[in-house]
Design a protein around this ligand. Structure first.
Ligand code: PDD
Length: 279
């Protein structure tokens, strides 16, 4: 696998960062995951805008502007020998003597890798996945796509330890998101989406689902969603760039709605697939 590190391409086994990199020592950096279908990045402008927001959120000067990111990513995609890619990019505050305070004059570290993009199969969509609820104990800036993911790691492991795929996070009795995804509910045919605020990552897939619902006149409410509403939902979905729209069909061991993928999820996935083909 060819990766990109600070201006150079190299096999992944040869890519090295110094141990004083602030990403390694302090988790001081931000990242993006961009899905690439048939060598075309999906919603690249939105991902780059979110990267800029993440950089602004941690007061890090983005080392590249959107045009240069676009050119670099385009070149990088062309170097991979698979067409559907899960493109990961990361920017850290660079290498400096360890100190919490920002270093003077450090160059940001820029890293990119691509793995084959494996989206859920039709069978996996139909069956859906199990999830568990967990207490969202993360910080107050979940809108920043930070590489400091320890809380997300621990919360995701809660699901894995319970034999589930994802943790549905509740903060003060309200739905925020998943450990590595956004969460939607459906009740009586209406799609319910949690408020897009600092307590969740503004998912590009989340935004796309809302855009599609509005464009196609599907009933939608973007508002606070209580734990009781989560538990009484007809459908629950998780969304992300790699999982697309994936039904949650069991929550804390109990079936969600019919216990299978619901009709609104099916409609939304069809709209999403069409958009992927004609972005
Ligand atoms: N995660 N919320 C969290 C906490 C996430 O980590 C992700 C994605 C999302 C969905 O965002 P998007 O639709 O833009 O992928 C929401 C990526 C895939 C990851 O960390 O690998």
């Amino acid at each position: 696998m060819t990766v990109y590190l600070n201006g150079e391409y190299m096999p992944i086994g040869e890519a090295r960062v110094p141990v004083l990199d602030r990403g390694f020592l302090l988790g001081d950096g931000v990242y993006e995951v961009i899905p690439v279908y048939a060598r075309k990045p999906f919603r690249m402008a939105q991902h780059l805008a979110r990267l800029q927001n993440s950089c602004d959120g941690i007061r890090l000067a983005n080392p590249l502007d959107a045009a240069r990111w676009t050119a670099l990513i385009g070149d990088f995609i062309g170097r991979q020998d698979f067409a559907d890619q899960n493109l990961y990019l990361q920017v850290t505050r660079g290498v400096a003597k360890r100190d919490h305070a920002f270093p003077q004059g450090a160059q940001p570290t820029v890293f990119m890798m691509a793995n084959p993009l494996v989206t859920p199969t039709a069978e996996q969509f139909d069956a859906g996945v199990p999830a568990v609820t967990a207490n969202d104990n993360r910080w107050q800036r979940c809108d920043i796509k930070s590489i400091a993911l320890l809380a997300n790691v621990l919360l995701r492991q809660v699901a894995v330890d319970a034999g589930a795929t994802e943790s549905v996070l509740l903060r003060d009795g309200y739905l925020t998101e998943g450990a590595a995804s956004n969460i939607f509910a459906v009740k009586g045919g209406t799609i319910l989406a949690p408020l897009r605020n600092h307590l969740m990552l503004p998912g590009i897939t989340y935004d796309t689902v809302i855009e599609l619902a509005r464009a196609h006149g599907l009933p939608l409410e973007v508002r606070e969603i209580s734990e009781a509403e989560v538990r009484a939902a007809d459908e629950l979905w998780l969304t992300s760039s790699t999982k697309e729209i994936l039904p949650i069909t069991r929550l804390d061991g109990r079936p969600v709605g019919s216990g299978k993928a619901g009709p609104v999820a099916r409609r939304m996935l069809a709209l999403y697939q069409t958009l992927k083909e004609t972005p």
